[in-house]
Design a protein around this ligand. Sequence first.
Ligand code: 5GP
Length: 248
Amino acid sequence: MEKREERYRGKAKTVYATDDPLRLVMHYRDDVSAFDGAKLAKLEGKGETNNRINAFVMGKLAEAGIRTHFVALLNARESLVEAMKMIPVECVVRNICAGSMAKRYGIEEGRRLPEPIFEFFLKSDALHDPLVNDDHIRVLGWATQQEIEQMKALTHRVNRVLKPLFADAGIDLVDYKLEFGHPLDDLHGELVLGDEFTPDGCRLWDAKTGEKLDKDRFRSRRGDRALPRSRTTHRRAAVTRRTADAMA
Ligand code: 5GP
């Protein structure tokens, strides 16, 4: 496999083409972003840690029979993935009320939900990812009814694998976001998870102390746009590493 030109530069990852049109290289950078890219910084070691956490989680999902785009870990910062045609919605499952759900309904953060709650959001930074329902998705043509059902079922299945996995490491899996699509060589088959799983896209709380171990640490520090490589930066890197170590 040969890495070729840059295809897409996201907020924390860069995607490269390869000599195989069905495979892409996902490169995890040290960039951190929040509020749809309005807040940006660099966090030393983040790219390597996220690459490692993601490979670990994808391995666990594969063991549980959940198909993902992940193919192989290539090196410290890069993984090989399948090229996909993505559905433009984000799937969120919540085990504990936090973030936008707490704000939207005026519920205190930290309320444990008697069963997981699923939500769809339209993937649009310009519109700040608005909440949408099944009808919006089906009638506006973003996905079929069958795909909607598969996205819900798969996102809940992931929860049944990852919630106990994190619990065993003393971590509450509060919520997470996933995206799905079809591999380019199988456009009409079952949906496949086409997203990474890292502390950038989920909330992880220390089960004993409630300490936040995810990107909310960065989101809540509004104002410090360019973080120097200070003690706080190193502390955040240490927390992300702790998440990785707890799961290893
Ligand atoms: P909330 O709706 O509370 O802001 O987010 C719910 C969960 O989805 C959180 O774990 C959050 O990190 C994740 N999430 C929501 N939107 C995005 C996004 O655009 N990118 C990433 N990486 N994660 C997101």
